[in-house]
Design a protein around this ligand. Sequence first.
Ligand SMILES: Cc1cc2nc3c(=O)[nH]c(=O)nc-3n(C[C@H](O)[C@H](O)[C@H](O)COP(=O)(O)OP(=O)(O)OC[C@H]3O[C@@H](n4cnc5c(N)ncnc54)[C@H](O)[C@@H]3O)c2cc1C
Length: 511
Amino acid sequence: MDFSYDAVVIGGAFSGASTALLLKRRRPATRVLIIEKEAEFDRKVGESTTEVSSCFLTKVLGISTWLGHHQLAKQGLRMWFARTPGEKFEDCAEVGARYNARLSGFQVDRATLDEHLLALAVAEGCELWRPAKIAALELGGAGRNVLSVRVGEETRKVQAKWVVDASGRAAVIARKLELLRPLTEHPVNALWARFTGVKDWDGAELRAKFPAWAQATATSRAWATNHLMGLGWWTWIIPLKGGDYSIGLVYDTRLFTPPAGATIGERLGAHFQTHPVGREILGDAQPVAGDQRAFSSLAYVSERVMGDGWAMAGDAAGFIDPLYSPGLDFCAFTAHGAQSMIARALDGEDPAAGVEKYNARFSFCYRAWFDAVYRDKYFYMGDAELMAAAFLLDIALYHLGPVRQVYSDPATQFDFFPFDGKPGRVVAAFMRFYNRRLAALARRKIAAGTYGAGNAQWRLLVGGFLPDGTSGRLLLRGLAWWARAEWRGLFLAPKVGAPTPVLAPVEPAEV
Ligand SMILES: Cc1cc2nc3c(=O)[nH]c(=O)nc-3n(C[C@H](O)[C@H](O)[C@H](O)COP(=O)(O)OP(=O)(O)OC[C@H]3O[C@@H](n4cnc5c(N)ncnc54)[C@H](O)[C@@H]3O)c2cc1C
């Protein structure tokens, strides 16, 4: 059987469903087919949204009401540090918000969110084949693409003017065209599982045991994305609707090896024992059988993300690192960018020049984001003084840049990547500089044996970031933290036999 569509989207999860939905809304006459390989979605990572991805969900896709009924409202992110595994729970240094967040954020169960977005795309007129597999793909240029798709026992031949690859890490087009490149400078792996029985951060038990600790914040800690931090690694603890928690560990293989264990859940459990906050909060927690996963080499990118008659959206185009939860931001920008380009091409515009510019802008954004925020961050993320400086600087600039941009006009501003244009280049250079300095200071602290020495008995609790002067003031505070770290760094001298920084597991093992 032969079929013909204006756009065929490979993958029907967050990026694929969003691209299809936006295209259909913009050009109702467009014939859009979504091909999804799984009969139903299961839980996956990508559970904590940011201000940018939440703006996309609420103001662009328009699903605030559904989110309110079916997911949890997120209360920012928090970081926890300790000097040694034996630190007292209430003494651990804490960095985060004092009050509830003022911009929307959500903790989402991706199985239900992705099902909802896909159902919305279908309800608004997109066609869906599911479960269906691509058997062959010929990219012959706009209007001349041919796919062979297995749907049950049947093989269907499909002509597509445009093909959108939203297949996630499967990256169907990037692999086919040999465009996929691992980001070897960033050797980062992850393990995660869902747990039951995680203690209530705001519950009566912890309030009774640690009254001053409980009283320190007005916001709920339980609805935040909580991170435990160490040299070369960080973890996430994300609450999900219904009571389970998503728990994960991300680590730089140059610096850290997680504990061994028969299952991923066991290994995570052992790792959380090395941090006083993990020991307290996850003391009685149990991993959910079968809901445990691992990825290695998280960071990769496609050399080009758009071509003649094809475009990539979401993880199919690239991924850097989940710290600060930027994954769905990238999905939002690339899904919006892909549908815009396709809509304009279907309207008769010649896409050639636009496609080349788009590729150049995406490559710059990816590189700039990596150098500005993630390059060698794992060297300093276990030191609370250095990480507090980065927290203030990174998040203030995120609010003054991308958050302000997308909220200023959500309908159009997702077509622009972070760091686009001259001001973006200047900000990228500044961020690259302080990020490099913080990593250099961490190395000095390690050599001097003082890394993590200040990881206790203080809290940095901010009033909250907003896309206005509030973040300007937090940026200044970040500069002050950084300047203080530089000043102290001047007096650090390498010490022979300096102890290994805190919190490495006792018996490292192979992944
Ligand atoms: C450890 C870790 C933690 C993360 N945490 C966060 C976080 O807290 N917040 C955040 O914003 N982001 C996070 N991310 C990133 C986030 O998970 C991804 O950016 C996001 O899930 C990508 O969505 P997607 O729709 O592009 O791809 P996916 O969600 O991977 O969906 C791809 C879809 O394509 C389908 N598919 C694949 N191949 C084919 C094929 N050949 N034919 C048909 N269909 C196909 C799949 O079945 C799937 O449904 C995290 C990532 C990692 C690795």
